[in-house]
Design a protein around this ligand. Sequence first.
Ligand SMILES: *Cc1c(COP(=O)(O)O)cnc(C)c1O
Length: 419
Amino acid sequence: MQFVNLKHAQDRVDFATAVQRGLGLDRGLYFPAAIEPLADVPGLLALPFVERSARLLAQLTGLSLDLTGALVEQAFDFPIEQREVADSVHALELFHGPSLAFKDFGARFMAACLAEFSRDQPTTILTATSGDTGAAVAHAFHGKAGVRAVILYPEGRISPLQEKLFCTLGENVHTVAVAADFDHCQALVKDAFEDEVLRTRIGLNSANSINVARLLAQVCYYFESVARLQGQAPVFCVPSGNFGNVTACGIARALGLPMKRILAATNVNDTVPRYLADGHWAPEATVATVTNAMDISRPNNFPRVEALARRAGMPISDYLHAVAVSDENTLDALRALDASGYLADPHSALGWQALQGQLAPGEQGVFLCTAHPAKFAEVIEEALSRSVPLPPPLAAVRDKTVLSARIPADYSALLAELG
Ligand SMILES: *Cc1c(COP(=O)(O)O)cnc(C)c1O
């Protein structure tokens, strides 16, 4: 399988190279050169999750089935749950991994790939996070020999517990609080990638959702969801920030996974819903919301959604709808879900809210639960006036010291941190 740089069609590489480079020439994103519909989708749906995922990833990456089998076994070592929370409405819980968010799928598969592909070279993983990526990447690389992980995040804009979950690990995990918003953190990472000297010296590699390994890993849980619906085609509702998860869902569709359509749900950082409505790409300043992992107004992965439309002959308007949800409606949704007996984190509640009124009679809806409720305990406690019990991974870090460095949003400050 070849991967093509979306900014330079002649920059074509194999999967291992795309994963190691992270970004191509001129910050171009890599994307599969061709996505062919699978021959036997029902046969695949009948397989257990890990075996099916190994086959999907062998097809998507061009690696051998033996190798993807070994990588997937390391990476997907935690369960997925799908619960019917109301008639025909299903919660796809992707937060049962070590960092309690769906990003564990992509981060752990990518870490397994990088450890495999860069055995003898020094490697620095540099990534920007609006919260959950950092935790997933930190846990995925923590203790991996020969790899250092450097994680930037916007100071004061992620929840205190979220910070504890990934900024207290130490060893080969170095966290940096930047006095700016997520878009600035992301810009610093991009600057570092353009710095050829630095790149070679420290073996720079990216680990946010722009790395194609993460994206491909996420295709697997959409198949699991449909398998659990006995092959019925659902409407998928995806709480979205950087639009990696929506891209993965679109790839699943291009591979032939039965689904009615995709509903991308954003908070008031609604660049994509506005774009789909009026055709103008007009990002505004990023606003802080109760769904802070989605406080992104320049979604990095959107060019891949458009590339998929061109390459797989899937016009966006045929399958992708987008809805923006206010904080007020997200909190109301959280309360309504809780009253019906289901405790959701704010991002998942936003997804449920966006699905309301969108299902035709007889349709099944699946909303992605992207984080464990306890990860956003502060918001939930305020909305419900009661405390949320901490699951073991969070209870274990609650009283630990945050080890992060603090820098201004300035490239020379980042260079000093990278050493
Ligand atoms: C990252 C994240 C999202 C957004 O996913 P994208 O792939 O960036 O669109 C939604 N919810 C949570 C909890 C997240 O961590």
